[in-house]
Design a binder for this molecule. Structure first.
Ligand code: ADP
Ligand code: ADP
Ligand code: MG
Length: 659
């Protein structure tokens, strides 16, 4: 076994790998760029080596620097994590030449599978069912149209070297191919330095199901069952789970057998993932193989009890797999949510910045509940523009799917992040949504269920009760501090424009809120909150809940799950005054694209009279050296363009107005 491993990565995956190494008694080295000098990974590793500027192309992607860091520290092996150099056969070969072990598959297996065209050919030869289409390179747009028409629309135009949801475009018509082919080609060239393109049938509303495989250097390959990753936005995974609610034993076995056949055909000898798209009828077609550890590997670890990083290290060291297929089984259900620095209320716009507050739920492992949070950040750290905008991966495990979903909802509810926009309210809305709960998933789920984007959910009557009661309880604590023993008991709670007169009774940790007009009582007990704390927990009518709370003028902003409201607690007199104040007219912002932050306009990409589709780039705004892409949140015709490139804009300044 190795005594020292170098981790050629950063963030949560570097931290994840360090944890396993520590458990195995292996010393760790991390490399880091300028942007990561104070990172958690650097703090946790036994040694850290500086490798250059923040831009990955000058640090994490430079093989020479990784090799030099191994020489300097005496690391015998390199774990590449995912992204960066993890699927680079040249890097794996280079390490072998230097006498350093690559903790991943052999370079020939990476080369055979790292390319979508070549891997589709190999899959065909191994008897794996592939998405119908043209298995070969396409030279120009005319050729692309001919192929698309042979396959039949809709088709998907894909970069052979693509990854991370980039270099993919759906074409429904000939015109889409005319536009899409050169666009994907250009994107492939600039993102992957490789402009080979192929076309395959676009399977409508499929499910994404993938098989985890694990091999050793002795010719053994097993599979660790499937993960379903159908909850995607722009072809990128957001929520994953294991097992899949779609599969029956026969389909699971068929997919597992095909994945093993493919892995064996290319001499696969590490952890890898064979991705499929599946129809609702359980037909399935090979998409690609990822020859690395996958982002969503925790859900597989949670249902199998196997540490995939440990197995990768052991197989790289030449140990045979310690189990056979028959020794493996699925235990319970696991869900993972990718917590991203993006603002769901603003069309999921990237929202990088500082984690002014970062309070994840407590991790725990138990017989009927496990909560795991894979993160590489601490409070005060920055999510920068240089790398992936993922903040953490929150996973829950429970004996059944619904219990795991409920546990995820609760864990998300107590996860508090301030300082940047994040997708937690969106994730919690999915956990509460009926179709998701029923397991009726598809890659178009987000588009189907949130067609107009995400604005939070309307409160249920229990949520309104929670908001009223929590506001009263917090108000009570604060007025008791300001005027001890002299607190008044009659208040008016204003929520969503409606007044609710209340009378409060307090006894220890129990607050009784009498809604005097409705003639009802809300009894809040086991109140757990102090001024300044962002999470309020209590029991209402016997059921425990937590809510995210922050003070606002004359009251609080309270979010329970995805329902957020501003709740005012007023004296009866000021409630009357409020009623007499002329209501502020809310500006109709639906037709406007506003700058989400103060900054410099790098480009304004639309002109007056132009037809724009949802998701199209409207402008790029630079703020704090970070470029933010502003996309249209609706279809429309441009009526007015505000600033031009080079102008500076204020937050909420109008960039574009639609007709
Ligand atoms: P998964 O492991 O589920 O496939 P992703 O598809 O999101 O997860 O990819 C994992 C990470 O690797 C992401 O950070 C992604 O940006 C990066 N990545 C994947 N493939 C490539 C590629 N070909 N080139 C550059 N980055 C990639
Ligand atoms: P990447 O390397 O970016 O992960 P994939 O080939 O795995 O690229 O595709 C990413 C996602 O795009 C898939 O998870 C799936 O949702 C969708 N997709 C890819 N190919 C097809 C297809 N032929 N039909 C329908 N959806 C597809
Ligand atoms: Mg993929």
């Amino acid at each position: 076994m190795f005594s020292k491993i170098l981790i050629a990565n950063r963030g949560e995956i570097a931290v994840r790998i360090i944890k396993t190494c520590r458990r195995m008694g292996i010393a760790t080295v991390v490399v880091y760029s300028e942007a990561d000098a104070d990172s958690m990974a650097v703090e946790m590793a036994d040694e850290a080596v500086f490798i250059g500027p923040a831009a990955a192309s000058e640090s994490y992607l430079v093989a020479d620097k990784i090799v030099a860091a191994c020489r300097e520290t005496g690391a015998q092996a390199v774990h590449p994590g995912f992204g960066f150099l993890s699927e680079n056969a040249g890097f794996a070969r280079r390490l072998a030449d230097e006498g350093i072990v690559f903790i991943g598959p052999n370079p020939e297996a990476i080369a055979a599978m790292g390319d979508k065209i070549e891997s589709k050919k190999a899959a065909g030869r191994a008897g794996v069912s592939t998405v119908p289409g043209h298995v070969g390179e396409i030279s120009d747009t005319a050729h692309a149209i001919q192929i698309a028409e042979e396959i039949g629309y809709p088709v998907m135009i894909k970069a052979s070297a693509g990854g991370g949801g980039k270099g993919i475009r759906v074409a429904w018509t000939r015109k889409d191919v005319e536009e899409g082919f050169p666009a994907v080609q250009a994107e492939a060239k600039s993102s992957f330095g490789d402009d080979r393109i192929f076309i395959e049938k676009f399977i409508e509303s499929p499910r994404h199901i993938e098989i985890q495989v694990l091999g050793d250097k002795h010719g053994h390959v097993v599979h660790l069952f499937e993960r379903e990753c159908s909850i995607q936005r722009r072809n990128q995974k957001v929520i994953e789970e294991a097992p899949s609610p779609l599969l029956d034993e026969a389909t699971r076995k068929a997919m597992g057998d095909q994945a093993i056949a493919l892995a064996k055909a290319v001499g696969y000898d590490s952890a890898g993932t064979v991705e499929f798209v599946a129809g609702q009828d359980r037909s399935f077609f090979f998409l690609e193989m990822n020859t690395r550890l996958q982002v969503e590997h925790p859900v597989t670890e949670l249902i199998t009890g196997i540490d995939l990083v440990e197995q990768m290290i052991r197989s790289a060291a030449g140990e045979p797999l310690p189990f056979a297929q028959g020794d493996l089984s699925i235990n319970g259900w696991a869900i993972e949510s990718r917590i991203y620095a993006e603002d769901p209320y603003r069309g999921f716009l990237p929202s990088i910045g500082r984690l002014v507050r970062y309070r994840p739920p407590e991790e725990r492992t138990g017989a009927d509940l496990t909560v795991r949070n894979d993160a590489g950040v601490r409070e005060g750290d920055e999510i920068s523009m240089f790398y992936d905008p993922m903040i953490s991966k929150l996973s829950t495990w429970a004996p059944t799917r619904l219990a795991a979903v409920d546990a995820m909802g609760e864990a998300l509810e107590t996860f508090h992040i301030e300082g940047l926009g994040h997708n937690i309210p969106f994730l919690v809305a999915v956990m509460d949504e009926d179709r998701f709960r029923s397991g009726d998933l598809s890659t178009s789920y987000i588009k189907d269920e949130f067609p107009d984007g995400f604005q939070g959910t309307a409160p249920t009557s229990r949520q309104t009760d929670i908001q009223i009661a929590a506001a009263c309880a917090m108000h009570q604590v604060m007025s008791e501090r300001a005027w001890p023993g002299r607190g008044r008991h009659d208040w008016v709670v204003n929520l969503g424009g409606a007044d609710h007169p209340v009378r409060l009774g307090v006894e220890g940790k129990t607050v009784t809120v009498e809604l005097t007009e409705a003639g009802r009582r809300l009894v809040l007990s086991d109140i757990d909150w102090r001024p300044g704390r962002p999470v309020f927990s209590a029991t209402l009518d016997g059921a425990q809940f937590s809510a995210q709370v922050r003070p606002a003028a004359e009251g609080f902003i309270i979010r329970h799950r995805a329902a957020e409201a501003r709740v005012l607690v007023l004296t009866p007199v000021s409630a009357l005054l409020h009623k007499r104040l002329p209501p502020k007219l809310a500006a109709d912002t639906a037709k406007l694209v506003l700058s989400p932050m103060p900054g410099l306009v790098v480009s304004l990409d639309v002109v007056e009279g132009q037809e724009v589709k949802t998701g199209e780039v409207v402008a790029i705004i630079e703020a704090m050296k970070m470029q933010n892409i502003i996309r249209a949140e609706r279809d429309g015709t441009v009526k007015m363009v505000g600033p031009k490139a080079g102008d500076s804009v204020a937050a909420d300044e109008v960039l574009v107005e639609f007709a």
